[in-house]
Design a binder for this molecule. Structure first.
Ligand code: TTP
Ligand code: MG
Length: 348
């Protein structure tokens, strides 16, 4: 039997800002693009829990966030600061585990099967982790404990902020039963819609579906979904965390059809992305270009190469080609994005 802990920092960027500026504690803080009195472009990175009461969420256009709460405190994204905090915090969490997986800038999994013989001991360990985090960083997190990664992650999301939820092997089925299907990893809006359209809303209802039917609907993921609905997840912790993709996106100051501006911006984000890639000693195989038009319609095109590359020249040529096809559209462009994925470590 495994005992896995999932940790997720609460409102990470906003909490770091509230810690560093004590006058912001208890106040609604939004970290993201400059709202410019409601005329700003770009999106919300995150919002403090006080700001979430106004309906502000990650990914929301900053102009809408401003409309919902003009009196919120809007702060720019200070990425180097959050990365530095994340590195220190992850090192702390890692010291409590035999196996450790960083899953994002503020999330990780700890395999504590060797230090805890039962779930009660894991709860004590989780409390200790929270205490240490507060002592060292003056930050809070939410922790989930379960027999695998799937359950630990869902548990961590149940009592945010500053929560602690433990689901032992015996409790897994009852714990999952009432939850919405989109609590399961990999169930996004499209999968949810398909399931809802056939009357499946909760995980308990999902369990009534035959495996063959799920495979028919969702291919290979259908088989995974069948197991997830039953709380089964044998996936191991991936100790060497590497990003799945690296990229940048830019929202133009004004919607534009100016080819020169669009290509110059693309070129700049390609260069920055490739610098990031090289700094992390990675190579790419797939290139994706994303476009958001003035009406917010968002689309993307990708190309996968035969071999791995780490040069900007190849990326520039392909990115330009992919972008060109979007420019035939009569709509002006609001945002462009560029990313590389299918990454692999460069040989030393
Ligand atoms: P999350 O852990 O998803 O969110 P959070 O820590 O802000 O809030 P929660 O309490 O719900 O965990 O993401 C971690 C950080 O990543 C977040 O603080 C800001 C950044 N982020 C973005 O920049 N854009 C996004 O769309 C999301 C979801 C996160
Ligand atoms: Mg978080």
């Amino acid at each position: 039997m495994r005992i896995i802990i999932h940790i997720d920092l609460d409102a990470f960027f906003a909490q770091v800002e509230q810690r560093d500026h004590p006058e912001l504690r208890g106040k609604p803080v939004v970290v993201g693009a400059d709202p410019k009195q409601g005329k700003g472009r770009g999106v919300v990175s995150t919002a403090s829990y006080e700001a979430r009461k106004f309906g502000i969420r990650s990914g929301m256009p900053i102009s809408i966030a401003y409309r919902k709460c003009p009196n919120c405190i809007f702060l720019p994204v200070d990425m180097p600061k959050y990365v530095e905090n994340s590195n220190r915090i992850m090192a702390l969490f890692k010291s409590f585990a035999n196996k450790f997986e960083q899953a994002s800038i503020d999330e990780c999994y700890l395999d504590v099967s060797q230090r805890c013989t039962n779930f009660e001991q894991a709860i004590e360990l989780a409390k200790k982790i929270k205490e240490k985090l507060w002592e060292q960083e003056k930050l809070t997190c939410s922790i989930g404990i379960g027999p695998n990664k799937l359950i630990a992650k869902i548990a961590a999301g149940q009592q945010k902020p500053n929560g602690l939820v433990c689901v032992s092997e015996k409790e897994v089925l009852d714990f999952l039963a009432p939850l919405d299907v989109d609590e399961l990893l990999g169930v996004g809006p499209k999968t949810k819609e398909v399931l809802n359209s056939i009357g499946i809303y909760t995980i308990k209802e999902l369990r009534k579906m035959q495996k063959t039917k799920l495979i028919e609907l969702f291919g290979k993921f259908g088989a995974t979904l069948y197991e997830f609905a039953r709380g089964i997840d044998n996936s191991p912790l991936i100790e060497q965390w590497e990003p799945k993709s690296i990229g940048r996106q830019v929202t133009f100051e004004k919607n534009t059809k100016d080819v020169k501006t669009i290509f110059a911006t693309l070129s700049k984000i390609v260069i920055e992305t490739i610098q990031d890639l090289k700094a992390q000693k990675l190579k790419y195989k797939t290139i994706t270009v994303k476009v958001r038009y003035e009406d917010f319609f968002t689309t993307s095109k990708a190309q996968t190469l035969e071999t791995y590359h780490d040069d900007a020249a190849t990326a520039q040529i392909i990115a330009r080609k992919l972008l060109t096809s979007f420019l035939e559209d009569p709509r002006a462009i609001r945002l462009i994005g560029f990313s590389v994925s299918k990454l692999q470590k460069s040989k030393p």
